[in-house]
Design a protein around this ligand. Structure first.
Ligand SMILES: [Zn+2]
Length: 144
């Protein structure tokens, strides 16, 4: 957490942005969960802990976290996005259910090796990679 906070504070200062309590609280909230959350869920979580924060601040701060590489934004549905923290050196992939919105993470070293190989063949240097596989989870059948 401390490392992420330092990266974020440095980023805000370098870009002439204010280091506010609200921004640091949001970072804290995202880094203290293993979940993939949308902006409104994060807003709800913060408010339920009596943390005063506006919806605009949550959206703006999430964008900043993505820009400085601390968070990843993933598309769920047409207009739905979820966020998760980025932990260096730990790549993982996602299976995303288009009916229930359920997200399952998976790890596979063979997939990662193949991706690195493909990048190398194209002369592309990956910073990180994460595959999103869209489809139907087992519990989606009951809801259709
Ligand atoms: Zn994930």
């Amino acid at each position: 957490m401390k490392r992420a906070e330092k990266i974020f504070i440095d980023y805000l200062r370098e870009n002439g942005l204010k280091v506010t309590k609200e921004r640091l609280m949001l970072l804290d909230e995202l880094f203290n969960t293993e979940e993939h959350l949308d902006a409104d869920s994060l807003l709800f979580r913060m408010r339920s802990q009596k943390r005063r924060v506006s919806r605009a601040t949550v959206y703006r701060t999430l964008d900043l976290l993505v820009q400085c590489g601390l968070a990843r934004k993933m598309r769920l549905g047409k207009e739905n996005y979820v966020y998760e923290k980025v932990v260096p050196g730990r790549s993982h992939h996602h299976m995303i259910c288009t009916v229930t919105g359920k997200i399952m993470e998976f790890w596979d070293s063979e997939v990662d090796d193949r991706l690195r190989q493909l990048c190398q063949e194209k002369g592309f240097r990956p910073t990180y990679f994460s595959i999103s596989v869209y489809g139907l989870s087992q519990d989606a059948d009951g809801e259709r």
